[in-house]
Write a protein that binds this ligand. Sequence first.
Ligand SMILES: *Cc1c(COP(=O)(O)O)cnc(C)c1O
Length: 376
Amino acid sequence: MSEKIEKINFPFRKHLQNFIPYSSARDEFVSNGQKYTFLDANENPFENDEKNRYPEVMHDELREKIVEVKTSQFSCHLEKNNIILGNGSDELIDLLIRIFCEPKVDSICISSPTFGMYGVSANVNNVNVIDISLNSRTFELDDIVVDKILLSDNTCVTIENQNNIKLLFLCHPNNPTGNIISEKRLLKILDNFSGMVVVDEAYIDFSSEHSTLKFLQKYPKLIVLQTFSKMWGLAGVRCGKAFAHPDVITMLQAVKDPYNVNMLTARAVNDALNNKSTIYQKRNIILAQKLYLEDECKKLTISENPIFSEVYPSHCNSILVRLVPELDSDIMYEKLKNKGIVVRNFGKKQFLENCLRISVGTPEENFRVVEILRNI
Ligand SMILES: *Cc1c(COP(=O)(O)O)cnc(C)c1O
């Protein structure tokens, strides 16, 4: 049987199509198992737990280990060339914009309210942002939103009004609203949208919903972002991952800073992957604690003196609440702060008026925040 090799023309920026990346000393060196003296990278030769050496550029072993975990976790088939690591997913969001979007010409599409970095990264790169907001009541990416997204797509607008949307950012589950995108609607987008579709799954490990990784083979336009910052407990270590078609990964590898993932980060991630069971145990505590927080917050919507009007169901490790109109989120934020509790105040954001987002803490922390809320 002859293998069908599909050549896909990805909409990379023109000037990158023949781009030759920087080749580092460690890139050029190919080991044949011998013991070497490294005099190729102007490093300090005095050994210091390998910290005197430049880190790996590709992180092949680590990438292999991660795809193994993912392949078993989400029953999808992935290979090393389907993944790139970044200095947090924040770096990967920026890299995606930089490889696909021509400044001042192309656009990204987002659905507010959502994670702020997509818009910020686009702004930094002088790339236009088209915002097709979510359903303002339920925060769902409902059929109307899906149709509006597809209508704004470049294939559907006239030449004079070209949006040139190269990237659509979908957050699943969505931060800060906590909800997910239905598979049916995601597939409608994947079947019809002409640009690249980025699904940010920073919180997928907290959700009972399936990852979109299983669609990666079928849809070359799909890019899935995940991170070690949330369930894996490594926000300070900075490691994000993008899963995509090998050609997209190759372009990202070419454009990235060669040493974007340092050796301390790689070690910490490797350790975490070796201790999966401890991490899953902690996740289960967080999930149980989320139910506790959610229940207690719901009680505060129906008590004698209700403080919340809405407690939004969440697939993340956080809960979005809306205060009753008599209360003000700025004041509530300050009150909590005075008691030593810091939550996220979205009070001034469109669609999130008077809303706070409370992250799930340890059992003690959650008990304390509930006590304080009850007595406010
Ligand atoms: C926290 C978060 C990230 C993670 O960013 P890192 O740079 O990997 O820490 C990405 N996307 C969303 C939606 C998030 O909430």
